[in-house]
Design a protein. Structure first.
Length: 190
């Protein structure tokens, strides 16, 4: 049993000091995952990997009724979900009129480059929510791969499936989400 799993079991059994022991053990890995995810965000992103990790961690250990993780993989899946929610909330906040919603920042040196926008992230979140209703396990794989930045083998290990199964699920999920997102774009076109 890994050190992380031991600490998670201590948290689940009510050890008041276990939560404070968890962050130092998982911090570097969570920060690396956050940095990988934020690398895919638009230029000018104000959310930094450290802030994303801290916010996700506070959400994970701040809700006492949800401090029950079975193992390391379960914890990182919960962290991926927390990061997803934070990024989606950030995208929604940026769409608010008082935060410049409706306008798009285009750096002069990159005016020709197409970048991911908050609208794109919200569309993806909406499609992923629909996908999760139909295929919850495959949606968890997408969260781990896209939002947490895990590799296929790492995501497969976190979900307890084979790498071959994870690759099949990833191919299916990408095709499903691409089709759903293309359908949204066609239906919203004038």
């Amino acid at each position: 049993m890994s050190n992380v799993t031991q600490i998670l079991h201590a948290i689940a059994h009510g050890d008041p000091h276990a939560a404070s022991q968890l962050l130092p053990v998982v911090y570097d890995e969570l920060r690396q995952l956050a940095a990988q995810r934020l690398a895919h965000e638009t230029p000018g992103q104000t959310l930094q990997p450290t802030a994303l990790v801290h916010e996700a961690y506070l959400r994970l250990v701040g809700e006492a009724e949800e401090l029950h993780w079975d193992n390391r993989g379960h914890f990182f899946a919960a962290a991926a979900e927390a990061m997803r929610r934070i990024l989606v909330e950030n995208a929604r906040r940026k769409q608010a009129v008082k935060h410049g919603g409706g306008t798009r920042r285009v750096p002069l040196e990159e005016f020709h480059r197409v970048t991911e926008s908050p609208e794109d992230l919200l569309d993806l979140d909406e499609a992923l929510t629909r996908f999760a209703a139909e295929e919850p396990d495959k949606a968890r794989l997408v969260q781990l791969r896209f939002f947490a930045g895990l590799s296929t083998p790492d995501a497969a290990a976190a979900l307890g499936i084979s790498v071959a199964t994870a690759e099949r699920w990833w191919t299916y999920a990408r095709a499903w989400l691409y089709s759903a997102l293309q359908g949204e774009k066609k239906s919203s076109a004038p």
